[in-house]
Each structure stands twice: as structure tokens, then as C-alpha cells.
Design a protein around this ligand. Sequence first.
Ligand code: C2E
Ligand code: MG
Ligand code: MG
Length: 530
Amino acid sequence: MTHDKSIGPLPYALGALVLACVLAVALSLAHWKSLSSLEDRVRHLAGEVMARGHAVSDQFDNTALKALLAYPSRDPCSDGAIEMMRRLSINARSLRLIGHVSNNRLMCSSYGAHGDGIPVGPPDHVSKNGFALRTAVVLPLAGNHRFVTTTHQNSGFTAFIVPGLISDVMPTASTGSFGVFGATTQRITVSRGELKMTEAWLRTPMAPGASRVFQGQGQLIVVQRSAQYDYVVYGAMPLSEMRGEWRTNALILVPLALVTGLALAALIVLLAKRRQSLANRLRQALRRNEVYLVYQPIVDLASGRWCAAEALARWRLPNGGMVPPDVFVAVAEKHGLIQDLTACVIDRFARDVAALHQRHPGFAFSINFSAHDFANADSVERLQHALAAAAIQTAQVTVEITERALIDANAVRDAIRTLRDIGIRIAIDDFGTGYSGLSYLTTLELDALKIDKLFVDTIGTDAVTKNVISHIIEIGKSMDLKMVAEGVEHEAQASYLRAHGVGCAQGWLFAKPMAVEELLGQLDREASAA
Ligand code: C2E
Ligand code: MG
Ligand code: MG
């Protein structure tokens, strides 16, 4: 990518980073969406296996076994008992056969009595709650089916289950694996598919009803323990199943992310260019003296009289739009134009105020300096010369420096001393917002504090910071500094400040910034009324 030299490579790099981040978010969203939908499918599969397992268990453990155990005959293979087995196995869809096993032989079943018994082999494992499990029993009398059998150890009653009843025809299972294993035996009873449950997975302890999801052997695996019975079911599907859905998701999300990311990147570059072009336009405006000043009166809170005014810079664009001073002062500071801006402000100020000062010599003014203006002598010298040339008493002028500019108190000390030596006063602007610590208060020679609007706004409210203003006032008093409260908009704020001994205030309650002619007119009216 080529980049405009005037704004440098940073905005482009930032734009590219934002684009990359948005794309990465879109890709992981596509991945997450397809993974979570695969998980839904695997959970559904495990859920079906569980439902079938429960159907079998309910029919044997809960119904058939209970009925057989309650049968009054002592002989488990009595005609009555066999008749009951027959009825029970007809009713229970999942149980192919119910019988009685003794010494590893099926002695009788729903088919009738089996003489000396049909060997069924020893159990593969026995669960803690007394059921013996055989996972591959073949009975000649029932074709060549392989049965899973579960025998109630105490009574010998046994259910024969066709594993296919659990595992067959699961529509969601075409590529899936699933199975059942004993929760306490940790042995597989039924399993289908390519997934081989490892010993570690079988042994992971789980609370009844709990489930867990993990990945292994390239599969997403859901393991779920039955809440009622002593077994665990699992379902699994290959992670490769996600690919199709991932592609669909990505096809929607990636173009969306591209458009959003490109728009954001373009916005970043555009803003940088705007800022840059703002700097160019400010440079031009300063050359053409298009920056001008308005004056906001500062009132004496005791008498209500206008005693001073703060000069505030204004910049109107050729299209009539105003650029706020916070913005263009920051642009000037960033692009090395602050000295020119201050020079322009000083010259304007001297021109604006010369006549007014002759008519109202007791009226004071303040102007704002940036940190840079304190760090080199130019602005200080320029102010000194401009005031002298316009015959403005230095004693009537205050220079405001924001608390933020005082982070390096040493850098401003000389300028402050020079200004005070020629009679100019120094005020700390936006007091309380500068995070600079208060040590400068003891090391710098200051005349006034301007209490920031932020704290004035808390007067009469429940804000957590509402007590800060009283501390600020105490600091001002103890340092014997003149205090000016900024941004006073309500009478209640003025009353509070007056009651707490703050001398002066500035704010829309009294007057908004105005042209110097308007200020002069008002001062003339006041003087003639007096
Ligand atoms: P600041 O020096 O703290 O000036 C006070 C700001 O509060 C002014 O905003 C003023 O218009 C505004 N203000 C006064 N009373 C009220 C009120 O009752 N309510 C509200 N909401 N606002 C009130 P403005 O003129 O927009 O100036 C903003 C900042 O720009 C100034 O804050 C100052 O830090 C800076 N600035 C302005 N002119 C100059 C300048 O010539 N040189 C430098 N270096 N900075 C300047
Ligand atoms: Mg100020
Ligand atoms: Mg301020």
C-alpha cells in the first residue's frame, strides 16, 4: 500500500491492524458458530442413545424385574413365572427375552424351561449395584443374534437386549460414533462407529446427570452420565463435519468483515488526513490572521461587577463553521504551530485591548498560554513587547497555564519568574484536573487558581466528588491565592462559592464570551451609571 507522506505510515498501519482484527473476529465467529452447531448435533445423538438406554432400563429394572421379584413362587422357573416372563417380554419392546440365569446357564426364559440350561458364559463385568453384564451372548434358540444381557445378581433374572435396538437407525449418526459404558465398571457395553473410547476417557469421573464435551481423535465428543442408572453414554462426530458449515458461515461473515474493516480503516486514514488538513488550514489561517479573540467577563462575586475578562481564541472556517479551541489548540501543539498561534493571540489581544485599557485602566485581562509558551522565551518576550507597545499595564494582565502543562515544573519556572518580574500575574487553569501532584504549588510563584468547571458542576449534587471543591478552596486559601471559579451556570453555585470565600467567577450565569466591542460597551454603560 502506498501512503500519503503528509500523514505518515501510522494511520495506514492502524487501519490495516483494525482490518486484520475485524477479519480475525469474523473467522473465529465462523469457527465458533460451526463448532457449536456440531456440538448441538453430537448432543442430540448422545441424547438419543441415552433415551434408548433409558427405555431399556425402565422396562427391565423398573417394570419386569419388579414384577418377577414380587411373584410369590419360590421357583424362578415355575410355569407361572415363565408365563409372566413371556407376558413381560411381549409388553417390553426393547427386551427380546427375559429369563433366569443360574451358574452361567439360562435355565428358563420367555421361550419356556431349558432343561439343564443353555450356557451363557461368565459375566464380562459386574456393576457395583449388583447387575452382571454379558456383552456378547449368542442363543441358538433365538437365531444368531448377539445379545447384551443384564442379570440381577440376587435373583438371577436376566434381560436380553438386542444392541441394535439402541444403535440402529439413528438418522443423525451416519458419520457419528456412539456407545454406552458402565459408570462404575467403566466397560463398554455397546459401541458403534470409528471412535475408540480410551481408558482415560472411560475413567474420568462424572456426577450422575453430568455431561462433558471434549475433542479427541479428530472428533468432537459428548459424554453424558445417566441421572438414574449406572451407565454413561457418549456420542461423537468428526470435526471435519464442521467444514461445510464453516465455509457457509465464512462466506457470509468474511465479506461483511471486509466491508466493515475497510470502512473503519478508511475512517482512520480519513480522520488522520482531516487532522492533517486541519493543521494545514490552521497554518494558513494564522498566516492570514484569521484567528480572533472573544472575551468572557470574570465577575467579582461580592459586588457582582465585571472586574476582568479572559481572552479566548476563536477560529472560523471560510465555510462559516467554527473549530473549537480545544481542537485547534491541540492541532497547533501537535504540528508545531502553537508558537504561531500564541503570537497571533498576543498581537490580537494587544490591538483589541489597547483602547479599552485607556478608558478602563482598572479592568484586568487574562490570556491562555500553552506549555510550549512557557518552555521557550519567545512567547514571553512577545507578550512583554506587545503590552509595552500598546501601553497596557502588565499589572492588569494574567497569564493562565493549565495544570496539565505543569507536569515538568522546572521547565516553566524561568518563564513564570520572568513574567512575574515584569508584573504579570500567573493563574493555574483547570485546577484539579492535571494529575500533576500538588508539589508545584510550593515550588512555583503563583497568583491565582482557576477552579475547573468539573468541580463547580458538583455543587448541590450527590456526585461522589462533591467534597473536592471545598478542599480545593481550602488549598487556595491556605496558599493565599486568588480564586476564580470557572463554568458557573447556576445561582446556587454562585451562592455556594460566595459563601465559601471564592472571590471571582466566570460562567454563563454572568456572561458568555463576547466581542471586545460588546465588552467595552458594557463597561462604558456601567461607568456612566456609577
Ligand atoms: P479555558 O481556558 O478553561 O477556558 C474556559 C472555557 O470554558 C472556555 O471554553 C469558555 O467558553 C468555557 N466556559 C466558560 N463559562 C462556561 C459555562 O458557564 N459553561 C460552559 N459549558 N462553558 C463555559 P472555550 O472558549 O471553548 O475554550 C476551551 C479551552 O481552549 C480553554 O479552556 C483553553 O484551555 C483553550 N484555549 C482557548 N483559547 C486559547 C488560547 O488563546 N491559547 C491557548 N493556549 N489555549 C486556548
Ligand atoms: Mg483559561
Ligand atoms: Mg479552564
